[in-house]
Structures are given as C-alpha cells and as structure tokens.
Design a protein around this ligand. Structure first.
Ligand code: ADP
Ligand code: MG
Length: 274
C-alpha cells in the first residue's frame, strides 16, 4: 500500500481583494510525480509557496507524512499557528527549486550546497561536504565545486539548485517551472535529469508548461484554473482526453502536442520538447 506523503486540504490565499487560491485540495502518494499546469496567474506559484509555508495561507492545511506544516487544526475548529522555529525545522522535508534558481551569488557551488545542512541541520562540515561532493559527482558537476554561480550555465545552475535542495534530505521536491528560465537547447537536458530523479523514486510536484514532459513523466496532472483544481487525474487521461473546456483551450494554446490514444505512449525514451 502506498502512503500519502503530501496532503493539501482546502488551501486558500488572497492578496488584498485578489483571490489566488480559492479552495485547493489534492494528495500526493510517496514516489509519485504530479505535474501542476494552468494559465499564467492561476495560482501555481502561490500554491507551491503555501505548501512549504514561504507564503502563509489564509486557510486550509498542509501535511507532509502526517505532520502539519504552519497551520495545525485543533479541537473545536481552532487553528494553531506554529512558530517560525517549528516551521523552519519542518520546511527541509520539502526541497524547493525556484524558477530563477536563487543560488547565493557570493558563495561557491560547494558552499551553496553545504550551507543548509551545516546552519539549519547542524551537521558536521566534513560530512556535509562529503555529501555535497557525492551529489555533484552524480550530477556531473564535480569539477564546478569551487566555482561561483555566475560562471555556470543556466542548466548547471539549475542542477546545483536541485543538489542544494536534495542535500537537506527532503521527503519530496517542489519545482516551480524548472525549465522556463533556461535556453531552449538545455531545457531537454534538465527534463532528462528530472526524469532520472523521478525514476530514482523521489516524490515530486512540478509546475510546468512542458506538456510532453508531463505526459511522459508525471503519474498525475492537476489543472488549476481560477484558484481551484479544475481537473486532475492520470496524466494521459487528463492531457489526451480533457473534459474541462478551459483545459482543452489551455492545451491547444500552449502546445502543438497531439493527443495520443490512451495507453499508446509507452515510449519514454525522450521527453517531448516544445
Ligand atoms: P502563477 O504562478 O500560476 O502564474 P501566481 O501564484 O504567481 O500565479 O499568482 C496568482 C495570483 O496572485 C496572480 O493574480 C498574482 O498577481 C497574485 N499574487 C501572487 N503573489 C502575490 C503577492 N505577493 N502580492 C500580491 N499579489 C500576488
Ligand atoms: Mg508562477
């Protein structure tokens, strides 16, 4: 039996009078890859940021492996807000990879990766460095350890950002449009890399416009529209046979990817790139 690793219940968030998330609920099972798609401004980034509490939701709950993050329900419909310290200790359960990588420019690649394990998790430097070098080796970046982010390509920066998140030993990884800031020729490398990470069993929630990638790599797709989950299900069903008219319109706008019949897309040799 697979266990629910991430449970998002009735999450809502407004900015002033603008409602970004109206009422969002979905679960992610351990080992699952879920892609979140939807038009610009529909709340995808806000959702990811609310999941790891970088943005504080107005209502709703987030649980990782049964442990509430940020807001915790109490008897009588009350809610306890966890302290910053508590949230900081829980947040490393989720690795967050930003669209713009957000590496620390004044730190070397190695220091970017060991900072969290040493400062937040209080692990010994030697152990953190050994782990960082193993990750860099695995990601083909061992020779970049002492370089600064500014001397790396976009794809290399993205891999360092992923290594930095993995160094904290997360139970799941959240990616916000991991390829949208990359030059087209390296998008494919990063997608292949993400698929390898998925194949290694990592639980992943990925906001993406790469529909071919979602079709081949995601177990499930969640379509957000106007602050709610407008459609969700197995990726091939949702992408090949969408029932929601706004999803149909969205797919026709962002991709020329032709729907394949159900069960026909067994080849995953290369993600499709658009
Ligand atoms: P997406 O990632 O799907 O493009 P976002 O989550 O970034 O969408 O934004 C959803 C809505 O919330 C948009 O209308 C956006 O303008 C608004 N929004 C997001 N962050 C903020 C913020 N910090 N302050 C005010 N409005 C915001
Ligand atoms: Mg966004």
């Amino acid at each position: 039996m697979s266990k629910t690793l991430l449970k998002v219940s009735n999450l809502a968030k407004s900015f002033g009078s603008a409602t970004a998330l109206r009422d969002i609920s979905f679960d992610v099972t351990a080992g699952e890859v879920v892609c979140i798609i939807g038009p610009s401004g529909c709340g995808k980034s806000t959702l990811l940021r609310c999941i790891n509490h970088l943005t504080v939701p107005d209502s709703g709950f987030v649980e990782v492996a049964g442990d509430y993050i940020g807001r915790e329900p109490k008897p009588g419909g009350k809610v306890r807000m966890q302290s910053h310290g508590e949230i900081d200790r829980k947040r490393p359960k989720m690795g967050f990879v930003f669209q713009q990588f957000n590496l620390w420019p004044h730190l070397s690649v190695l220091e970017n990766i060991v900072k969290g394990p040493i400062k937040v998790q209080k692990r010994p430097r030697a152990e953190a460095e050994a782990q960082a070098l193993t990750l860099l080796q695995r990601f083909g970046l061992r020779d970049k350890a002492n370089m600064f982010p500014s001397s790396l390509s976009g794809g290399q920066k993205q891999r360092v950002a992923i290594a930095r998140a993995l160094a904290m030993g997360p139970e799941l990884m959240l990616f916000d449009e991991p390829t949208s800031a990359l030059d087209p020729e390296i998008v494919k490398d990063v997608l292949v890399f993400l698929r390898e990470l998925a194949d290694s069993g990592m639980t992943m929630v990925i906001v993406t416009h790469e529909i071919g990638f979602a079709r081949h790599v995601a177990d499930r797709v969640v379509f957000l529209d106007r602050g709610v989950v407008a459609e969700s299900g197995p990726s091939n069903d949702v992408l090949s046979n969408p029932s929601n008219p706004r999803l149909r319109e969205f797919l026709s706008q962002i991709t020329s990817d032709q729907p394949t019949p159900r069960g026909a897309s067994s080849s995953v040799a290369e993600p499709h790139i658009h």
